[in-house]
Ligand binder design. Structure first.
Ligand SMILES: [Zn+2]
Length: 305
């Protein structure tokens, strides 16, 4: 059974990936992926990822950007006013002021992104998804913004912030490798690190390039370990050094699609069908869980009471 691994690489910019020769982000075949903007001037993360998973327009999948949030120009300074409404359902927003003030072990706990009730590509038996906005609570996104908030208050050092962001990136890609060993048909993971980096380093090419190169190397480690790969982004990032990017730090239209298979999808709306056409069908659904240790032995070992 060969796993099709999908990396939802938020904000991976097609132009930047090519300019910086990120061969692992570009895989064997790549193209600029057509994306869309509905509620905002530029593509919106939740609207686009939900459309990618469902194949449906925001009017149909129901996760519209409320207009209360715009793209965050300076996440280090504007977290509370712009980002908080983005991730929180209205009824828990009241609580956020206090819970975001201090750092603690349950970073971001209780902060969940909205999820669609529309059918989506990860529903069939044998498919798994983690952290994908619109179809999971996407806790890592809230967590990232929480960390930026702490960094902006001087409660988190730059080094610690990036340690945490790369830590999450490793968890994400490691999970995908694990799912490939479990021989699932399709595994989808969302990564937030390039979006965070893009908003932060839109006028710092050296620092942004450094993040792209590290993520490229991490994605490279998947190539031998996951059967086939599809990498897609929801949008790119406008940067100061590209002519025509009038609003550096806001999303660009340069989304990316790449794959180890032929012909990447053309549009974010095509992703669901594209995956359905290529994913393995038959599953080991009837294979029972096996445990050779007896109940008595488990009791002796202290695993059972
Ligand atoms: Zn995004």
């Amino acid at each position: 059974m060969s796993t099709l691994g999908i990396v939802a690489l938020d904000a991976a910019d097609y132009r930047l990936a090519r300019d910086w020769n990120c061969d692992n982000l570009l895989l064997e075949n790549h193209r600029e992926l057509e994306t869309f903007a509905y509620s905002n001037r530029y593509p919106n993360t939740v609207e686009v990822w939900t459309s990618a998973a469902t194949g449906a327009h925001p009017e149909d999948h129901g996760l519209l950007s409320t207009g209360e949030h715009q793209d965050w120009r300076n996440p280090l300074l504007e977290y509370a006013s712009k980002v908080a409404p983005y991730v929180l359902p209205k009824d828990v927003r009241v609580a956020i002021g206090t819970r975001l003030r201090g750092d603690n072990d349950d970073d971001g706990a209780g902060m969940a992104m909205r999820q669609t009730s529309h059918s989506h590509l990860f529903e069939p038996e044998g498919r798994v998804v983690r952290w994908w906005p619109g179809v999971t609570p996407g806790e890592h996104v809230s967590e990232t913004w929480h960390w930026f908030n702490l960094a902006s208050n001087g409660e988190l050092s730059d080094a610690e912030l990036w340690r945490r962001l790369y830590g999450n990136a490793g968890v994400e890609l490691g999970w995908l490798q694990g799912m490939a060993q479990a021989e699932v048909a399709v595994a989808g993971i969302h990564m937030h690190v390039l979006d965070a980096a893009g908003h932060t380093f839109a006028s710092h090419p050296d620092r942004l390039r450094d993040v792209y190169e590290r993520v490229d190397a991490m994605v490279g480690s998947l190539r031998d370990r996951v059967g086939d790969l599809l990498i897609v982004s929801d949008h790119g990032m406008q940067v100061e050094w590209i002519d025509g990017d009038d609003e550096p730090g806001l999303h660009s239209w340069r989304a990316l699609a790449s794959t180890t298979l032929s012909e990447p999808p053309e549009s974010v709306y095509d992703i669901r069908d594209w995956v359905d056409e290529r994913a393995d069908k038959g599953r080991d659904a009837d294979r029972r869980a096996v445990m050779d240790t007896t109940e008595e032995q488990l009791r002796e070992l202290g695993y059972l009471e």
